[in-house]
Write a protein that binds this ligand. Structure first.
Ligand code: ADP
Length: 615
């Protein structure tokens, strides 16, 4: 910008100076042409005037002619007298010589030259006049020499002699020199005045241009606030007005394009899809935050890079943008979970059809893909889970059918297994139905306020009964210890569903514990939640399986779990129910020492003013 400014400044100075120089040169040239013509005319006139001023009057020449015709000594005396009389009467003539037609000097004005009388004259001009009879004038140095022929007094054209007059032109030349000097001085004054005037005029012309130039630089810097001052209504004034209108229009269109840009930026930054725009070569020129998040990169790292490289694809950028088809990209960026994106490309075309770039929209389909995958997995799991018991049922029934039903040793046992497997399948199908209801949102939680302390105690009472029955029947021996506290903890829950969750965890604790184990149930209150923990001294769960036991059909030891009558759906249902209560469920375990299951539910401690009104 500085460079442009200095260049403009230089240009501006040049115009100003050029105008002044041109103006001054024009004045000087005009003065010189006029002056040269004037002095030439003056010189010519002065010489002509001088020439006529030294012209010897006719009366004198006639007298001289008369004397020359006499040709005697007296005549010479008369000639010298006439010449000296005439010479004394003028002050410009410095010398007069009279010659006869044989070029012999007959009279002189200077007394010192008297000796020349009677001698032949050497002067070429005199000889020319006496021979031609025509007057001749010549300027020699600062003198004018005029030779006039003398003719006979009786009117004949015969030349009787000539009169040579030499006069000093010093006065004429001095005059001319003075006039020239005055002329030079006045032309210099006129030139200087012209230069000053031209500077003023050129400044007046260039000032609005200078202002427009500085305004143009301001506009280039993005400052549209100032306006060019209008000095007149002439072409420059109109130019200034047009300039102001132009700057207002540029400001408006700049504002419009900026607000458009802001709108676009805000749309792009609030989009849930990633957007990348490229130039026509496929290099990234615009990118929104979402795309940067998807690609786990920064703007600086991808701007001007080929889009194919940015998306980690093997195709060339040109193929990608011209193909305009959607593609699925799986990104494994750093430590992040994999991201699956659907990238669609569209070309940006001008009205002329010229392709100026392309837009790529990245849509996150990770969740969708995961859902599809888990759905496929689920269907395959269900088929597998149903096929296994059905195959064993089929085998038992086939054996019975082949005659084993008659064997009193085998038949009851086989029928027992068949019944258990059928019950397990029914249980599994019921659980699947309940999960499907929850998935579809059909099964709503039916909330009611309960004292969670009492609620858990009631469920544990039921389990105490089971413990006793189990002991009586000689099944497993285990102890349930509770630490619930006495404080009433009021929470809003679906009692049936929450009982199902606690039942499942308690049953698992019993199922996966050996004889003589202790199951500790504890209820604690934290700031804004209550936590129920159920700890057993059973098999425990390997660390790597802890995160997966809440998945559908996931079992740590499939054969063992199945033998225990498990379906692998209990904890998945428990998680769905706890989630529906806005709570959390998780497990902790150290292998072969036991597991602890935690259920946390949101809880708001009641202040004194919140006491229930007595009904
Ligand atoms: P299941 O009907 O098989 O018990 P769950 O969903 O209730 O299905 O449990 C999933 C798996 O988690 C079980 O198969 C078992 O491997 C493991 N598990 C659950 N509770 C316990 C526990 N208290 N101790 C050890 N393993 C457990």
């Amino acid at each position: 910008m500085k460079k442009i400014k200095s260049k403009f400044k230089h240009l501006f100075i040049s115009i100003n100076t050029t105008l002044a120089i041109v103006f001054m040169a024009m004045i000087i040239a005009t003065i010189e042409v006029i002056g040269a013509y004037f002095t030439r005319q003056l010189e010519q006139n002065s010489i002509e005037n001088f020439q006529s001023s030294i012209q010897v009057p006719l009366i004198v020449t006639n007298q001289l002619s008369v004397q020359l015709l006499r040709d005697n000594k007296r005549a010479n005396t008369n000639l010298n007298r006439i010449v000296s009389d005439y010479s004394n009467g003028t002050n410009t003539i410095s010398e007069i010589i009279v010659v006869d037609n044989k070029d012999v000097i007959r009279a002189v004005s200077n007394l010192n030259d008297k000796s020349r009388i009677g001698q032949r004259v050497n002067n070429f001009l005199v000889k020319q006049v006496t021979s031609t009879g025509r007057e001749a004038t010549k300027v020699i140095n600062d003198h004018m020499v005029q030779v006039t022929p003398l003719t006979g007094s009786n009117g004949s054209a015969n030349t009787v002699g000539a009169i040579y007059v030499r006069a000093s032109m010093q006065g004429v030349f001095n005059n001319l020199r003075n006039i020239s000097f005055m002329f030079l001085v006045t032309s210099l004054i006129a030139a200087v005045m012209g230069a000053i005037l031209s500077l003023v005029v050129s400044h007046a012309i260039t000032k609005p241009i200078e202002e427009m130039q500085s305004q143009a630089l301001n506009i280039a810097d993005g400052d549209y606030s100032s306006q060019v001052k209008i000095y007149s209504n002439d072409e420059l004034g109109q130019l200034g007005q047009s300039f102001n209108t132009l700057s207002v229009r540029i400001e408006r269109s700049q504002e419009e394009s900026e607000s458009e840009q802001r709108r676009l930026d805000s749309v792009l930054s609030h989009m849930s899809d990633g957007v990348l725009a490229t130039d026509r070569h496929g290099n990234v020129s615009v990118v929104n935050q979402m795309a940067l998040n998807f690609l786990n990169t920064t703007k600086e790292r991808i701007i001007n890079k080929p889009i194919a490289t940015v998306l980690g694809l093997k195709e060339t950028s040109q193929d990608l943008i011209s193909g305009q088809k959607g593609i699925v990209i799986t990104l494994h960026a750093g430590t992040r979970d994999e991201v699956i994106l659907h990238a669609s490309f569209s070309l940006i075309k001008r009205v002329t059809g010229f392709v100026s770039g392309s837009v790529c929209v990245l849509h996150d389909i990770t969740e969708q893909q995961k859902n599809e995958n888990s759905q496929k997995q689920f269907v395959s799991n269900v088929s597998h889970e149903l096929r296994t018991p059905l195959t064993s049922l089929h085998a038992y029934i086939e054996t019975l059918n082949e005659g084993a039903w008659k064997d009193p040793q085998v038949a009851p046992q086989f029928l027992q297994v068949t019944q258990e497997e059928t019950e397990r399948m029914i249980r599994m199908i019921n659980e699947l139905l309940s999960l499907s209801r929850m998935d579809r949102g059909v099964s709503k939680v039916d909330l009611e306020w309960v004292n969670f302390n009492d609620f858990v105690a009631h469920i544990l009472d039921r389990f105490d009964m089971i413990v006793k029955t189990d002991e009586k029947e000689g099944k497993k021996k285990y102890t349930i210890k509770r630490k619930l506290g006495t404080q009433a903890l009021w929470v809003e829950i679906d009692t049936d569903k929450m009982a199902q969750v606690i039942d499942n965890i308690m049953n698992n604790a019993i199922k996966y514990s050996p004889d003589g184990g202790v199951i500790k149930v504890r209820l604690q209150q934290e700031q804004s939640r209550i936590i129920l923990s159920i700890a057993d001294q059973g098999l425990g769960i390997p660390r790597e399986d802890l995160g997966k036991i809440f998945d559908r059909f996931y079992r740590v030891d499939k054969a063992r779990a199945r033998a225990q009558g498990g379906t692998g759906l209990g904890l998945a249902i428990a998680k769905e129910i706890v989630d529906a209560h806005h709570g959390q469920i998780w497990a902790d375990s150290s292998e072969s020492k036991g597991s602890i299951f935690y259920i946390a539910l949101p809880y708001e401690p009641m202040s004194e003013g919140d006491d229930w009104d007595e009904v």
